[in-house]
Design a protein around this ligand. Structure first.
Ligand code: GLC
Length: 751
């Protein structure tokens, strides 16, 4: 017995030592956590509460009151407070005049650039090029950090199918795989390779979660999302951001299945913390904690604070329910000291990881990098690759630089602020190079006949039409720049209709009637219902809001320095009545097809009930979108051939390799985004008709052929069926092609 006991004791000691060493090792490895715990042990409750709010600088009543609050340890974070001198002064007070010297962390929305503005994120997603997007966010951090900003509320990763929603501009479109690739790139760009580098910012994956599914596309509206859709689509880019090491998440405004996202333990704790192991900090969105009172989920601000803290929101942005109520909530045992300590630990750990304790100050020299020519060149490149060619009849594009003259018309031809798009806090219109300016610089003033035709995108006045038409008639080609003013998309800027506003449609139609070659360029913050404009134009480029260098980028494309290569990151619908329409839709029990649908104008005037067939279509819109997800043309042509699979059978834990050849059969070197889609034909729950499972942007010289290869692992085909995430045996379709509607087809089975 004794020996046995001794052995057991010995085993216990050895096991404990091993566990301790792993734990210590882990602990030592995570020096930031160790330092955070040491600081935490010295803090008073007031100082802890001070860390858990991110307040607007005005909250304390003025600059002196703000500085006193920092001295007292009542303010640990600020948003929208920037500038070298201001930040260095407030940080000096924090670290040398407060009891514990805890530095502030200052946040700001640097969503698609700071002063060098890149295309809106939806536009950047249209590049399908994570590399150049990563560099764009790196540049944004270099510029923003030079002003004392160490935390940006980006990337915005809300999947959405709804172009009525103004914030579609700010996200990466409808697809979870594309949005996940962009999420990784954006987080890596924002945070850089070394978090303690002065140019590193903390990224913030937002808005966690489901905000993009606002009913009717009306901002802040209710969302109902099934768990399969949540896990297989909506959460994917957030998981990618967490895996990429995003230091922070932001909880969203929306009511998610009856529980507001800022008080939702299922998403904030079970998924984010327990399933994903996220160890960063969660900040609420602007007053999203106290808005739980409006939601009818909290009785008052104190109750809202308790619900948010219990759900796992570490820091409250803008509202002060934490600031005002944590002490009482502890006394009433509605929250625990451990929860407060946990939140403060997460906040301090982020500050340690960013090196703020070691160097909270801004180097005044850093701001010399702002608007660096190399940054502007990159913005031009990103704007080029984000632009999507949607039509090019008769190779109307590219134009020759030797063209006699061009008419430059439209409300966005020379709109320096509009081309920057929404969520552009610091970008200045004065730095924009507009299409008009870039075309004049290329061709010379004499060869450019400019008449705006409309003063702004919503302008309904026809008074300039005659002058515009006259300019068109005396030119060799017409370049129309229209779309939406920047204010028509973004937060709180949703639209019920998604047509091109004002009298632009009428002007485009009139220009088309002149018979001159008509190139239409749309600059907008959302997919618009541009069916008529597509018909009227000989060529159409979709440029989103392309940022500071939108003008030169578009000129590069229009005059053929480079071929357009963007692809749609979201389905384009024929009208708002067709929403939602997305490529991973379900088949329904009555799928429509060519034979099943009678075009609206062909419906006979006399016919019996049901004569049009009982299938899933709209009488007027039919059953196909205006343009499919992944669509985009080129100045050259790409031919796909020789699709082959390494095997037609995949084991449930195996993989297959899919290969095809892509030939540039045209006359211009260009880049193509090759896309891989699958369909799981039968599942334990219904499965989408298409799912994107891979993409690759490749450069192919004219006349060349490239072989493209994708490996599909069985895990890539897993889905959540309401009970578990699993890969099921069965038959699968696979396509490789230029968009979600076209491609070479084959099939395989999983045994
Ligand atoms: C806004 C937005 C959020 C932004 C925050 C700070 O309401 O919802 O995206 O980061 O407030 O400006």
């Amino acid at each position: 017995m004794f020996i046995k006991n001794n052995i057991s004791v010995a085993i216990v000691i050895i096991v404990s030592l091993v566990l301790l060493s792993c734990g210590t090792e882990q602990h030592e490895k995570d020096e930031a956590v160790t330092r955070a715990n040491q600081m935490l042990s010295r803090m008073t409750l007031e100082e802890k509460i001070g860390q858990m709010s991110q307040l607007d600088p005005g909250f304390f009543g003025g600059e002196e009151q703000l500085k006193q609050a920092v001295r007292d340890g009542r303010c640990g974070s600020l948003l929208n407070y920037w500038g070298v001198e201001k930040v260095n002064e407030i940080q000096r007070i924090a670290v040398s005049e407060s009891r514990l010297g805890i530095p502030l962390i200052i946040g700001r929305d640097v969503i698609h650039g700071y002063r060098t503005i890149f295309p809106i994120p939806l536009g950047m997603a249209a590049s399908w090029n994570p590399e150049i997007v990563k560099e764009a966010f790196r540049i944004s951090s270099v510029e923003a950090s030079s002003q004392g900003i160490k935390w940006t509320f980006a990337p915005m990763l809300d999947i959405t199918w709804d172009p009525r929603w103004g914030r579609i501009a700010e996200g990466c479109g409808e697809d979870p795989l594309l949005a996940s690739a962009m999420a990784r790139a954006m987080v890596e760009g924002i945070q850089g390779d070394d978090l303690t580098d002065p140019t590193a910012l903390a990224a913030c994956a937002k808005h966690y979660v489901g905000y993009g599914f606002a009913e009717a596309g009306r901002d802040y509206n209710t969302t109902y999302i099934s768990e399969p859709m949540l896990r297989d689509v909506v959460l994917k880019p957030f998981k990618a951001a967490s895996d990429a090491g995003a230091l922070t998440f932001m909880s969203a405004f929306n009511d998610l299945n009856g529980v507001p996202a800022s008080g939702n333990e299922f998403t904030l704790k079970q998924i984010l913390r327990d399933e994903w192991g996220f160890r960063g900090l969660v900040v609420s969105d602007w007053a999203s904690v106290t808005e739980m009172v409006f939601h009818g989920y909290a009785a008052d601000d104190k109750d809202a604070a308790a619900k948010a803290i219990n759900a796992g929101v570490d820091m409250e942005m803008a509202s002060s329910s934490y600031f005002d109520n944590i002490k009482r909530l502890l006394e009433e045992k509605k929250i625990t000291e451990a929860q407060v300590d946990g939140a403060v630990r997460n906040i301090l750990t982020v500050k340690y990881r960013l090196g703020l304790f070691d160097n909270p100050y801004v180097n005044p020299e850093a701001e010399k990098k702002i608007l660096d020519p190399a940054f502007l060149d990159h913005a031009r490149k990103v704007a080029r690759q984000s632009t999507v060619l949607l039509k090019n009849d008769g190779n109307a594009l590219p134009l020759s630089e030797n063209i006699g003259s061009v008419a430059v018309i439209g409300p966005l031809a020379d709109a320096p602020r509009d081309q920057l798009g929404t969520w552009c806090f610091d970008g200045q219109g004065e730095n924009s190079v507009t299409p008009l300016r870039a075309i004049r610089e290329l061709l010379g003033e004499k060869r450019v006949n400019h008449v705006a035709g409309l003063k702004y995108s919503r302008d309904k006045s026809l008074e300039q039409f005659n002058a515009a038409l006259a300019a068109a008639r005396r030119s060799d080609a017409i370049l129309f720049f229209g779309g939406e003013e920047w204010i028509l998309s973004g937060e709180g800027q949703s639209r019920g209709e998604i047509d091109i506003p004002g009298a632009q449609g009428a002007l485009i139609e009139a220009l088309s009637a002149t018979g001159k070659p008509l190139v239409v360029v749309i600059m907008a913050g959302r997919p618009l219902a541009i069916g008529n404009e597509l018909q009227d134009a000989d060529a159409l480029l979709y440029a989103w809001h392309g940022g500071t260098m939108a003008g030169p980028a578009l000129t590069d494309l229009i005059f053929g320095k480079e071929s357009p290569s963007g692809k749609l990151p979201v389905t384009f619908v024929k009208g708002a009545g067709q929403i939602p329409f997305y490529h991973y839709r379900k088949n329904t029990g009555r799928p429509a097809n060519e034979k099943a649908w009678t075009p609206f104008d062909s419906i006979p005037t006399e016919n019996p009930q049901g004569s049009l067939g009982y299938k899933s279509f709209h009488l007027d819109y039919g059953y196909t979108p205006l343009l499919p997800f992944g669509y985009g043309l080129s100045y050259t042509t790409f031919d796909y051939s020789d699709l082959n699979l390494s095997s037609q059978v995949m084991g449930t834990s195996g993989s297959i390799t899919v290969r095809a050849k892509v030939t540039n059969s045209g006359t211009m070197d260009a880049e193509e985004v090759v896309q891989l889609y699958i369909r799981d034909r039968v599942g334990s729950i219904t499965r989408p008709v298409k799912e994107l499972k891979g993409f690759r942007r490749i450069s192919i010289k004219k006349g060349e052929t490239v072989e493209v290869e994708f490996v599909i692992n069985s895990t890539d085909l897993a889905f959540f069926n309401g009970k578990a995430t699993l890969t099921e045996p069965g038959e699968f379709d696979v396509w490789m092609g230029p968009n979600s509607d076209e491609g070479l087809h084959s099939d395989f089975i999983i045994e």
